[in-house]
Design a protein around this ligand. Structure first.
Ligand code: UD1
Length: 422
């Protein structure tokens, strides 16, 4: 299994291009199932999760071709000849559950294995099921698979999600585009990836209003047509690389970066003593003077501080001046990076959903184990500023979510290399 070797050096200078968002692309791809006409996505990220979704769609009968070095995904679902999303593919990635809503809407039935994905908590699917049942679906769990059917077709309905789940909002939104009548989703997720999905669905002919607010209203249409849609910038990749010059020193421009995608994160960096400048091409980031100051963080649905940037923020707080309290409110088991950061000399106490980080002057390189996607990259960030070498094992997690990470970091002067294992 491959590892990544990071040598503490710095400062970092130059630019890093930010890719299209993994999480947006993973919900835009299943939207192909809603139409017989082709859907083409541009600005797609080159990631193993995208390959997994490609495999899943192909297993259902969709045609998916990666063009322009993987940045363009040309898809066509004129012939869906299988309605079973198999466990062998779904277990690799939770986002596979996003085929459920579109298949149900287009075919009237779908069988989807319960998902796997990052081991960061229970991550049930009750909200997806609740919303689709409100639209008239009958859903049963048998042998680890959700068996869904809509014998009389889907019908618009008003509903309220007990939690603003991103995936549930996406599944329900996609299904509602082809339901008869009006659907109102109250307490919908407001993440930029939801707005990107709504933009794409509108380009396909869907009638959607209110995306980006807590209430989304959909007027069902009889059919959707083909479209070409650019994937929105990856705000999590953006936030991650913004931290590289803050941790290691220097100044880096993040090409394609936008503050509106990660306002809450930028506010915290500002309070910690980081300079963020908007440029014609993106965002320029540098640490102002000396050590950053400790800041407290509470994760929350958008527009709050993203849970997907909590691990990376913790890596920064390890060497901040003072004590920082990080509260994880979205996933119950998302501090697995804390003991690994501890192996590098960080002083972190975890109690339930709260981590208290007492900043130390310097971290020391160590062999560490990546436990999930965002935890892996937090260890790489920590390694950038540590004394000595850090070897991050189990990097397959990173390949799921960070395209060309070694190339992007070495491009700004970091000493990072991939070590091929057995
Ligand atoms: C998406 C993102 C993930 C991010 C998360 C929160 C994708 C592919 N993944 O995941 O990177 O960390 O949003 O921003 O876009 N929940 C329920 N019942 C449900 C669904 C969710 O209780 O039916 C709970 C989950 O257990 C969790 C919380 O809601 O505690 C948030 O989950 P959700 O917003 O659904 O996250 P995902 O869509 O899985």
């Amino acid at each position: 299994m491959d590892s990544i070797l990071v040598k503490g050096n710095g400062p970092l200078n130059g630019e890093i291009p930010i890719a299209g968002a993994k999480n947006a692309c993973l919900t835009l791809m299943p939207a192909t199932l809603l139409s017989e006409e082709p859907l083409t996505l541009t600005n797609a990220p080159r990631l193993s999760d995208i390959k997994t979704m490609t495999q899943l769609l192909q297993s259902l009968g969709s045609e998916v071709s990666a063009l322009s070095d993987g940045q363009v995904l040309a898809m066509s679902s004129h012939n869906i000849d299988n309605h079973v999303a198999d466990y062998e593919i779904v277990r690799k990635m939770r986002a596979s559950n996003l085929v459920l809503g579109p298949m149900l809407a287009r075919l009237g039935h779908a069988v989807v294995s319960l998902p796997g994905g990052c081991a960061i908590g229970a991550r049930p699917m009750d909200l997806h099921i609740y919303g689709l049942e409100k639209l008239g679906a009958e859903i049963e769990l048998k042998d680890g698979y959700l068996h869904a059917k809509a014998p009389r077709g889907l019908k618009g309905a008003e509903m309220e999600l007990r939690f603003a789940s991103v995936g549930a909002t996406e599944n329900i939104l996609m299904a509602a585009t082809l339901a008869k009548g009006t659907t109102v989703i109250n307490n919908a997720a407001r993440e930029p990836e939801i707005v990107d999905l709504a933009d794409c669905l509108r380009a396909m002919g869907a009638q959607i209003e209110g995306d980006g607010s807590p209430t989304i209203v959909v007027q069902g249409v009889d059919r959707l047509k083909g479209a070409t849609h650019p994937v929105v910038t990856d705000r999590i990749e953006l936030g991650t690389y913004m931290l590289a010059p803050v941790i290691a020193g220097g100044e880096v421009e993040l090409l394609g970066g936008r503050i509106d995608l990660i306002g809450a994160f930028c506010e915290k960096l500002d309070a910690a003593g980081v300079s963020i400048e908007e440029t014609a091409r993106g965002l320029k980031v540098a640490r102002k003077n000396g050590r950053v100051k400790a800041v407290d963080v509470v994760t929350a649905p958008f527009p709050g501080f993203p849970t997907d940037l909590q691990a990376q923020m913790m890596a920064l707080m390890c060497t901040a001046e003072g004590t920082s309290v990080l509260e994880e409110k979205i996933f119950e088991n998302r501090f697995m990076h804390a003991p690994e950061l501890g192996r590098m000399g960080a002083n972190i106490e975890v109690s339930g959903g709260t981590a208290t980080v007492h900043g130390v002057e310097k971290l020391k390189g160590a062999p560490v184990m990546a436990t999930d996607l965002r935890a892996s990259v937090s260890l790489i960030l920590a390694g950038l500023a540590a004394e000595g070498e850090t070897l991050v094992n189990r990097v397959y997690h990173l390949d799921r979510g960070y395209e060309r990470l070694v190339r992007k970091l070495t491009g700004v002067g970091a000493l990072v290399e991939r070590v091929t294992g057995t």
